[in-house]
Design a protein around this ligand. Structure first.
Ligand code: IMP
Ligand code: MG
Length: 179
């Protein structure tokens, strides 16, 4: 399938420069908060792969990184149901877990992830999201670290996709209403 949109259809909301500055700030905050602790970063694929890659290079800790994959969305429409597609391989018991997520929208995915990971008895769980669509929340969920709060627009880039496309953009944008 080819992309029905082109790069010219996107209005930039966050530049690559803004993103790198903010991700570095969040990385150093996490480094300070978690000094001397046994940290496991749980990255949620696919959307968080770029955020994770940039964030970990700004975290000055000897921590491990693992990945899990969940599915909840089809294109721009929610399916309303979250399921694990592939789980964590690292041992979680006694670890200080930080969930790395691309975006929290209605909140169902992050809520599901927190409940799912809690079952594996970590010492603590916190959440770190690249984008927070606070105004779209339907399920209350605690966001401990957030890079940017955005409005209720469907956004792409920096890992976030529309039908699998646009993940590779170095910036975040929304598809123009005129297209
Ligand atoms: P929630 O369960 O409604 O909070 O949805 C969170 C998930 O939906 C995220 O992990 C994304 O994969 C996807 N999602 C929500 N909003 C957007 C968006 O604006 N662009 C791309 N993906 C999105
Ligand atoms: Mg996601």
């Amino acid at each position: 399938m080819t992309n029905k949109y082109c790069r010219g259809d996107i209005d930039i909301l966050l530049s690559a420069e803004d993103i790198h500055k903010r991700v570095a700030e969040i990385g150093s905050q996490i480094s300070k908060d978690y000094q001397g602790r046994d940290v496991l970063l749980v990255t949620v694929l696919n959307g968080s792969f770029i955020f994770c890659a940039d964030l970990v290079r700004n975290i000055d800790l000897d921590c491990k990184v693992d990945f899990m994959s969940v599915s909840s969305y089809l294109g721009t429409q929610t399916q309303g149901k979250v399921k694990v597609v592939s789980g964590i391989k690292e041992d979680i018991i006694g670890k200080d877990v930080i969930i790395i997520e691309d975006i929290v929208d209605k909140g169902f995915t992050l809520d599901f992830l927190i409940r799912e990971i809690s079952l594996k008895k970590p010492k603590s769980i916190k959440t770190c999201v690249f984008l927070d669509k606070k105004c779209a929340r339907e399920k209350e969920v605690i966001v401990n670290y957030s890079c940017f709060e955005i409005g209720n627009d469907f956004v792409v880039g920096y890992g976030l996709d529309c039908d699998g496309f646009f993940r590779t953009l170095p910036y975040v944008g929304k598809i123009k209403e005129s297209v």
